[in-house]
Design a protein around this ligand. Structure first.
Ligand code: C2E
Ligand code: MG
Ligand code: MG
Length: 700
């Protein structure tokens, strides 16, 4: 025990002081009450004793003696009896002895030091009469001894009082203050790290020195309660945040999935149908880019709000993703009533609304699936929810690909497509391991010199049963499943190896263009993958061109700009593929470190008949010139198109007219037979183009 600290605590505690003071005072008073009468009694009894001893001595000395011939014993006077007067019955003075005594008959004169002297009268039966003796007793010794005893007793009293006070103080500290302080520190600690029970506040007694402690205690309790309340509010908030979307305050995917599970269960028990509507805003990205994200957010919030207001309380409206909502409509009678709801959803969502001077009008596509009509009832209950959402997603996809701004009910045809798609996914997983992929090469030529500048690498899948599957069919699936990362790396490595091999055969200036999917672009691992391929093939970076589609570039331009800069710093070339289809913003185009624009095949195909396409091609060529980018025309299928492009100053052409995509060996043979050779930078001579059929012996 830290005595100093304890004393300090006791000193601060009024109760401890009062308690110990009271104990001390009480003890002192009790001691006095016992001691004072006992001292007094002792003095009294000692005086009486002295008087009786001396009285009996005097009586013995003069009993029956003759008053006229008194015999006075020599030792009669002593320290105690300092004077003696003897008178007879008539008052005659018979004896007056003692050095300090001057006695006249009838009046006793006290000796000088009379303070200590006390006169005592004794009757003495003498021979013929009774004599009166006045004894002068010195009580100095007696008084002094009583005083000394008193002093001793007082000292003892004070000491015991002090000890009692100290014991009381220590007791108060030990049994009263310390537990209180421990309680407070416990409480403090518990407030910091517990969400447990909060004790009740204690009563504060005014004037009690523990009242500050009690107030502190109560304050802590209050703080703890407040903290507990805050924790509760926080929990409620977190609970809400975990299950709701911050923008629309609608339930989020998590909550939707829970609700869906419950709805499936209820529907199976009650035999009542329900419908799922997947609602997706059309061209939302374009909208966002056009008006800014703030307006885009407002629009999402507004559509969400309208959907919630439109539906009944028993239904659920949730936001799944950026611009995608889901609605669960319970107790649906038939598909007609589901369609009716879909129409209402569309009209509600597409009604215009004003925001800061803009009149905004969203269009939505809706995919509908009904339970239990559209699901395989035999499967486990947990899978039913997943299936119905997948079905609605397929129906939504159908609405989108049929031109958007419409609803579609899930149907059997879609189911077949879905099954085919699932099978495709499964087959795709096996294909890479089984070596079913090949890389084909479609040559590109310089329109003016006809020399081959390189080729675009295009992946081919030779399915063991279905034969060649178009990349347009499986690349999107590979992208969705993430398999494109592994597949893309393999394609890149193969293309680089092939180009390096051709270099070793003497085709020095040949480059290779490899398609990079948006998924690879955002994966964050593109640069390491590309540099690894270049390193392993020992191909120099300028001979590699990465093609990324315009729509992928515009999906997140700011992010893409960063990646493109990284790649371009590394030395490889970059091309925007399918240019003209992806709503490029010219403001962004200026900031892309891109070397090549590839005009989409669709614009080249109709170039001879469609004036709009001519205008687009001219515009792209103009842009290329302006931004100092090469322009590649893809899908050139005849002489006319080639001549037109040439007249417009297009640099490079690619298409069936020059060559279809070729297998690796075919490509080598094609190069051997191509009469204009391979472009090296200093060759710019214009040569006549032979009929492509003369060199095209390839299949496809
Ligand atoms: P893309 O990159 O625009 O490739 C050009 C497509 O046009 C190729 O189709 C090619 O065979 C086709 N084509 C070329 N010249 C002509 C022509 O004169 N007439 C016609 N009608 N078509 C022509 P393909 O190989 O079926 O590829 C389709 C798309 O699949 C590619 O479009 C590309 O976006 C994607 N793709 C192909 N290979 C890969 C790949 O290795 N990785 C990735 N991520 N995507 C690929
Ligand atoms: Mg391409
Ligand atoms: Mg293309």
């Amino acid at each position: 025990m830290n005595f100093r600290a304890l004393t300090a605590k006791v000193y601060r505690s009024r109760t401890a002081r009062t308690l110990s003071g009271s104990v001390a005072l009480a003890l002192f008073v009790v001691q006095l009450a016992v001691f004072v009468p006992s001292v007094f009694n002792e003095y009294e009894s000692s005086s009486r004793q002295q008087s009786s001893i001396e009285g009996s001595l005097v009586r013995t000395a003069f009993r029956y003696s003759d008053p006229d011939a008194l015999e006075i014993p020599e030792t009669l006077l002593n320290q105690s009896l300092v004077g003696l007067v003897l008178v007879d019955e008539s008052g005659r003075l018979l004896l007056n002895m003692g050095e300090t005594l001057d006695y006249e008959h009838g009046s006793g004169v006290a000796p000088e030091n009379s303070r200590w002297i006390h006169a005592e009268v004794w009757e003495i039966p003498a021979e013929s009469m009774t004599l009166s003796a006045i004894g002068f007793l010195d009580r100095r010794d007696l008084t002094l001894s009583v005083i000394w005893k008193s002093v001793g007793f007082l000292v003892f009293s004070v000491l015991t009082t002090l000890i009692a006070a100290a014991v009381a103080m220590l007791g108060a500290a030990r049994w009263y203050i310390e537990p209180m302080e421990r309680l407070i520190s416990l409480l403090r600690a518990s407030r910091e790290n517990s969400e447990g029970q909060v004790p009740e506040p204690i009563e504060v007694i005014e004037g009690n020195d523990l009242s500050p402690l009690a107030e502190e205690f109560n304050g802590l309790i209050e703080a703890q309660r407040k903290a507990a309340r805050q924790v509760k509010v926080k929990q409620q908030y977190l609970e809400f945040a975990a299950h709701h979307d911050p923008l629309t305050h609608l339930p989020n995917r998590l909550m939707f999935e829970d609700a869906l599970k419950r709805t499936v269960h209820e529907s199976m028990a009650s035999q009542l149908k329900f419908a799922i509507f997947l609602v997706d805003l059309d061209n939302f990205k374009f909208f966002n880019d056009q008006y800014g994200h703030l307006v885009g957010d407002k629009m999402v919030a507004e559509v969400g709000n309208r959907l919630r207001t439109m539906m009944r309380d028993i239904d659920l409206v949730a936001r799944l993703d950026g611009d995608e909502f889901v609605v669960i409509q319970k107790d649906v009678q038939d598909t007609e009533s589901a369609e009716e709801v879909a129409r209402r959803i569309m009209s509600v969502a597409t009604a215009p609304y004003e925001y800061r001077g803009f009149t905004l009008k969203a269009a939505v596509s809706v995919g509908i699936s009904c339970f239990p009509d559209d699901v395989h009832a035999q499967q486990a209950e947990e899978l039913l929810g997943e299936e119905i959402v997948n079905n609605a997603a397929v129906a939504l996809q159908e609405s989108k690909s049929n031109g958007k701004n419409q609803y579609q009910l899930f149907n059997e045809k879609m189911r077949l497509r879905l099954t085919a798609r699932i099978r495709l996914e499964q087959d795709l997983k096996m294909a890479l391991q089984d070596g079913q992929f090949e890389v084909y090469y479609q040559p590109k030529i310089n329109i003016h010199t006809r020399q081959c500048t390189g080729a675009e690498a295009l992946v081919r899948w030779r399915h063991p049963v279905n034969g060649y599957v178009s990349p347009e069919a499986f690349v999107p699936v590979a992208e969705e499943t993430g398999m494109i990362i592994e597949l893309g790396a393999w394609i890149l490595q193969t293309a680089c190896d092939k180009t390096r091999e051709l270099q070793q055969l003497g085709y020095n200036g040949l480059n290779v263009a490899v398609n990079i999917s948006a998924v690879q672009f955002t994966d964050g691992n593109l640069l390491p993958m590309v540099s690894k391929a270049l390193e392993q093939s020992r191909l120099s970076p300028e001979l590699l061109e990465l093609e990324i589609t315009e729509s992928a570039v515009m999906h997140d331009p700011e992010e893409v700009i960063l990646s493109l800069h990284e790649l371009s710093e590394y030395g490889m070339k970059l091309a925007i593929d399918d240019f003209g289809t992806g709503y490029s913003s010219l403001a962004y185009l200026k900031r892309f470190p891109v070397n090549t624009l590839k005009i989409d095949r669709a614009f080249i195909t109709d170039i001879s008949s469609d004036n709009d396409d001519v205008a687009i091609v001219e515009a792209v060529l103009g842009l290329g010139k302006h931004f100092n980018m090469k322009v590649v025309a893809e899908g050139v299928e005849d002489e006319e198109q080639l001549n037109f492009l040439k007249s417009q100053g297009c640099d490079i052409a690619q298409g069936y007219y020059i060559s279809k995509p070729l297998s690796s060996d075919q490509y080598t043979h094609w190069l051997e037979r191509w009469p204009y050779g391979v472009q090296s930078d200093n060759q710019t001579a214009l040569l006549e183009l032979p009929q492509p059929s003369e060199v095209n012996g390839s299949r496809e």
